[in-house]
Design a protein around this ligand. Structure first.
Ligand code: SF4
Length: 150
């Protein structure tokens, strides 16, 4: 899967350029490194998008045709709410995704959505991560510069 790893080499759109401090792991204090909050959210704000924080989806609703039609979720006060939707995007990684699929039981999907095989949640796969570490005779100043893909 492609991920956004662009890092600004000069200031752009109110964001500062990379200072090559090499402190990037998750997030970037200067705003040089691409991340959803910095690169996508400002574009989406004011375009009818609403972010509801402190909420947790309980299950995905399906219509009589077996298509996702919304969600039931707990709001930040814990109250159960229903949100209808034309489209539902399920992207909760290796634990959250099967949790929701298995929670989403209905007449059409008594064992949860997309679970006719019964394998949902049985072969758990986490976010893969790879890295390389080496030892060199000379100092490589490996702490300098931004990391990529994180
Ligand atoms: S080194 Fe990493 S954290 Fe520091 S400014 Fe560059 S991208 Fe951001």
């Amino acid at each position: 899967m492609a991920i956004r790893v662009a890092i600004l080499s000069q200031g752009h759109d109110g964001r500062a350029k990379c200072v090559n401090a090499g402190t990037c792991d998750l997030g970037c204090a200067t705003g040089a490194k691409a991340s959803v909050d910095l690169t996508y959210w400002p574009i989406l704000e004011g375009q009818g998008i609403e972010l509801r924080t402190g909420c947790r989806v309980r299950e995905i609703l399906v219509n009589d045709q077996g298509m996702a039609s919304g969600v039931l979720y707990h709001d930040e006060e814990g109250q159960l709410q229903e949100q209808r939707a034309e489209m539902v995007v399920l992207a909760c990684n290796g634990v959250g995704t099967p949790r929701l699929m298995l929670n989403s039981k209905s007449k059409l999907f008594p064992d949860g959505i997309a679970n006719s095989s019964g394998l949902v949640g049985k072969n758990l796969m986490f976010h893969p991560l790879s890295g390389v570490v080496g030892l060199f005779d000379e100092p490589m100043e490996g702490f300098k510069g931004p990391g990529s893909g994180v």
